[in-house]
Design a protein around this ligand. Structure first.
Ligand SMILES: *[C@@H]1O[C@H](CO)[C@@H](O)[C@H](O)[C@H]1NC(C)=O
Ligand SMILES: *[C@@H]1O[C@H](CO)[C@@H](O)[C@H](O)[C@H]1NC(C)=O
Ligand SMILES: *[C@@H]1O[C@H](CO)[C@@H](O)[C@H](O)[C@H]1NC(C)=O
Ligand SMILES: *[C@@H]1O[C@H](CO)[C@@H](O)[C@H](O)[C@H]1NC(C)=O
Ligand SMILES: *[C@@H]1O[C@H](CO)[C@@H](O)[C@H](O)[C@H]1NC(C)=O
Ligand SMILES: *[C@@H]1O[C@H](CO)[C@@H](O)[C@H](O)[C@H]1NC(C)=O
Ligand SMILES: *[C@@H]1O[C@H](CO)[C@@H](O)[C@H](O)[C@H]1NC(C)=O
Ligand SMILES: *[C@@H]1O[C@H](CO)[C@@H](O)[C@H](O)[C@H]1NC(C)=O
Ligand SMILES: *[C@@H]1O[C@H](CO)[C@@H](O)[C@H](O)[C@H]1NC(C)=O
Ligand SMILES: *[C@@H]1O[C@H](CO)[C@@H](O)[C@H](O)[C@H]1NC(C)=O
Ligand SMILES: *[C@@H]1O[C@H](CO)[C@@H](O)[C@H](O)[C@H]1NC(C)=O
Length: 634
């Protein structure tokens, strides 16, 4: 008898294995849109028998929850509310199979099991009332999957990271930790990234960033997740972080939703696509022909903000240009803040005297709200200085990018009611430099930056890493990309006392800047605003550039690292070029940098908001240009 025989086999095969078995959620398609349904439900409904009537996938029914006050409840209000859900990128009409009303306050409503056809929808939804008293905890409105056991799950919509901007997409795990998103969709070297519906969130004074989708440069610790610092050996060697870095925690506490870690060039050093990026492939800049360098080191946040409408905010870091570069070449708002506005505990250092945490984003309003959270108690100002300086500005608009810059300058002058003054920093330095300093500006600061970053990073990052790795791997050295190696070797070629010289030179420059160029002002915070521009040059990622260079020399981008003052990038337009890739006219973003005295970040944030109000700057869009359009590399 076969059944008995099978039973016998079974009884022989019972071993006492202690398996660790863990459900990690599931994926499904609704109207061809991919979703991830997490393992843990938001809530379990007291009764779910009504769901038995609906189409389901493995017991999951798509439903829409609508939280409505009972006081003025009616089907027409329900209609009005649900028809507004179409703006959300996670909700789709498939979630209208059933509508669950979360009725807030007051007495019961009477629409249980009412058939209901929404305008624009072809099929009838059935409306159920979830609870009809004020004491039940509110379930946020939006798309859900309900199981036949009553579990109500908040799904994530899955998007492809086609620009290669992420190192690791994340979902929240237990106890405030994060874990890898266990889901994927089609795409070569393009992991799926999951985002929650915006409908769940209401921004409040306590949660000003509620629902803001945040990507975090992979030099910041995120609890439960390994940090890579852009280096494969580092990622493999060190255990997951046990806590969020301080800047990350501030954003999470304010309601930001971490959707993943984003690419950094290695150890936040400057790398140019493609050859320098040995350990991980450089992200793709979506602008123009799609084969321009995305700049570094906050390359992931820059490429991601330029590419993905579903990503609101990138947390980057800037030591010598790592937020400003990606913001410039991708045409985004990016801020290098005044030094020291937020603790960098839990963030990999490059040079603590210069390291800062800031944002890359398309939207100046999100930018300001996020800054208020990250730099708590930042003062804002509404009166602007009348002194406006330019450094190394074009003098004629013959070149298209130069014309855009001069046009912006004219509008800013009108807005401020002033005329700008061109500053020649070398000349100003030689006439006003501190006593006892003979060197001209270029000599004084030529090696200050490369000495600071190399001496500090070798001491704080390289040496402990090499020692620990060698101890664990029989004396072996980990692989390091050429750019950090060349910089570290430069530091090694100087005596340790050079670091003291570099700090001295930096401090002298900072004091000179705050006493001769941008001074504190009791009304306008900074006595002046200062502009420079990065132009709109092509840097093709399919060209070989030779070995990376030590970042010596002085340029306007070095002012803020040395003077510790804010330097914000503002997109102002675009300029055409003839692409050697597409053999077609393409467009690159044009930006300006605005600087103020140290501590006057709020002044620049206010100015940008006022310039937006005045139509002089605009929100940047994702796409082939800052005004939108197809991304060619997709
Ligand atoms: C419901 O009523 C309140 C005040 O009674 C009102 O403020 C609100 O706009 C109403 N909601 C809708 C959706 O009409
Ligand atoms: C509803 O039906 C119309 C006509 O058949 C069709 O064009 C439209 O795409 C349908 N809408 C939805 C949301 O399915
Ligand atoms: C309100 O609803 C909740 C959940 O259904 C229930 O536990 C509670 O007893 C109800 N409260 C009142 C006052 O009816
Ligand atoms: C969460 O933290 C609590 C208290 O520290 C601990 O008891 C529990 O096991 C943790 N849960 C998980 C899933 O790690
Ligand atoms: C600044 O002045 C010096 C000395 O006159 C000159 O060599 C240099 O070209 C000037 N720089 C700019 C940007 O005009
Ligand atoms: C600046 O330093 C670099 C690196 O040591 C050196 O190659 C270059 O000649 C220096 N430039 C000046 C102006 O001193
Ligand atoms: C500091 O400035 C002196 C000139 O005063 C210069 O010779 C030296 O190279 C500078 N050193 C560093 C590390 O910046
Ligand atoms: C220079 O500093 C490094 C890092 O602190 C240290 O390991 C090294 O011994 C120092 N070298 C000298 C010559 O003091
Ligand atoms: C592109 O090439 C055409 C033809 O050579 C030329 O007329 C045009 O000025 C070029 N445009 C740009 C932006 O360089
Ligand atoms: C100017 O203000 C900044 C920030 O408030 C402060 O750090 C700096 O010490 C002030 N400088 C002077 C000269 O008062
Ligand atoms: C901003 O948008 C307004 C309105 O669409 C437009 O007139 C203006 O030219 C734009 N400004 C920039 C800098 O793109």
């Amino acid at each position: 008898m076969a059944p008995l025989y099978l039973l016998a086999i079974f009884s022989i095969c019972v071993y006492h294995i202690t398996a660790s078995l863990m459900f990690t959620g599931q994926t499904l398609l609704l109207n061809d849109i991919p979703y991830y349904v997490p393992a843990t439900p938001l809530i379990t409904l007291p009764s779910s028998s009504f769901l038995a009537d609906f189409d389901s996938a493995e017991g999951l029914v798509p439903v829409t929850v609508v939280a409505l006050p009972t006081s003025n409840f009616s089907l027409s209000i329900l209609e009005a509310v649900v028809s507004g859900f179409g703006v959300d990128d996670v909700w789709n009409e498939g979630f209208l199979e059933a509508i669950l009303i979360q009725s807030i306050g007051g007495s019961a409503v009477t629409y249980l099991n009412t058939s209901f056809t929404l305008p624009g929808a072809n099929e009838t939804s059935t409306v159920y009332v979830l609870s009809s008293n004020g004491s039940a905890s509110t379930i946020p409105s939006g798309p859900y999957f309900a199981s036949n056991t009553g579990s109500l799950y908040q799904p994530l919509r899955l998007y492809s990271d086609f620009a290669g901007a992420f190192t690791q997409p994340l979902v929240s795990g237990p106890n405030g930790t994060y874990t890898a998103l266990p889901a994927n969709i089609a795409g070569i070297q393009s992991p799926a990234v999951g985002v929650p519906s915006r409908l769940y969130y209401t921004q409040t004074p306590q949660q000003p960033l509620a629902g803001i989708r945040l990507g975090v440069k992979d030099i910041y610790d995120v609890a439960g997740v390994k940090t890579s610092d852009g280096n494969r050996a580092w990622y493999g060697f060190y255990p997951p972080a046990t806590a969020n870095a301080v800047p990350v925690q501030r954003l999470v506490d304010a309601g930001a939703v971490i959707v993943g870690k984003m690419k950094t060039s290695q150890f936040a050093n400057g790398e140019t696509a493609t050859a320098d990026w040995v350990d991980y492939h450089s992200p793709f800049n979506p602008r123009g022909d799609g084969y321009q360098d995305p700049s570094s080191s906050s390359s992931g946040p820059g490429a991601g903000e330029g590419s993905y409408p579903w990503l609101d905010l990138g947390l980057g870091s800037d030591t010598g240009g790592s937020i400003r570069g990606p913001s410039q070449v991708q045409g985004l708002f990016g801020n290098r803040p005044s030094h020291g506005l937020v603790s960098l505990e839990g963030v990999m250092p490059l040079a603590p005297q210069l390291d800062t945490a800031g944002f890359i984003t398309r939207d100046p309003n999100i930018w300001v709200e996020a800054a208020k959270v990250l730099y708590a108690d930042l003062p804002f100002y509404d009166t602007y200085p009348k002194t406006l300086y330019t450094v190394d500005f074009p003098t004629s608009g013959d070149d298209e990018a130069d014309a855009v810059v001069l046009d912006f300058l004219g509008k800013l002058e009108d807005f401020l009611g002033t005329t700008s003054t061109a500053l020649n920093l070398s000349t100003l330095w030689s006439t006003t430099k501190p006593q006892g300093v003979d060197a001209d500006l270029d000599d004084f600061l030529n090696i200050t930056y490369p000495i600071l970053i190399s001496k500090e990073q070798t001491m704080l990052v390289r040496d402990p890493f090499y020692a620990a790795y060698a101890a664990a791997h029989d004396g072996r050295r980990p692989f390091i990309d050429p750019a950090p190696l060349i910089r570290w070797a430069f530091g090694d070629s100087y005596p340790n006392s050079t670091l003291t010289d570099a700090i001295t030179n930096k401090t002298i420059f900072q004091n000179w800047w705050s006493s001769q160029v941008q001074l504190n002002d009791s009304i306008t915070c900074s006595n002046s605003l200062l502009l420079y521009t990065a132009g709109a040059e092509t840097v093709y990622r399919n060209e070989y550039n030779g070995p990376p260079q030590v970042p010596a020399g002085f340029s306007p981008s070095r002012i803020s690292p040395f003077a510790s003052n804010p330097d914000f990038v503002i997109p102002i337009g675009e300029a055409a070029y003839n692409s050697t890739i597409t053999l077609h006219t393409e467009y690159l973003p044009v930006t300006v940098d605005i600087l103020a005295a140290k501590g006057c970040d709020g002044l620049i944030f206010s100015l940008v908001q006022d310039l937006k109000e005045a139509g002089i700057v605009n929100t940047s869009l994702t796409g082939g240009t800052i005004y939108g359009g197809e991304i060619l590399l997709r």
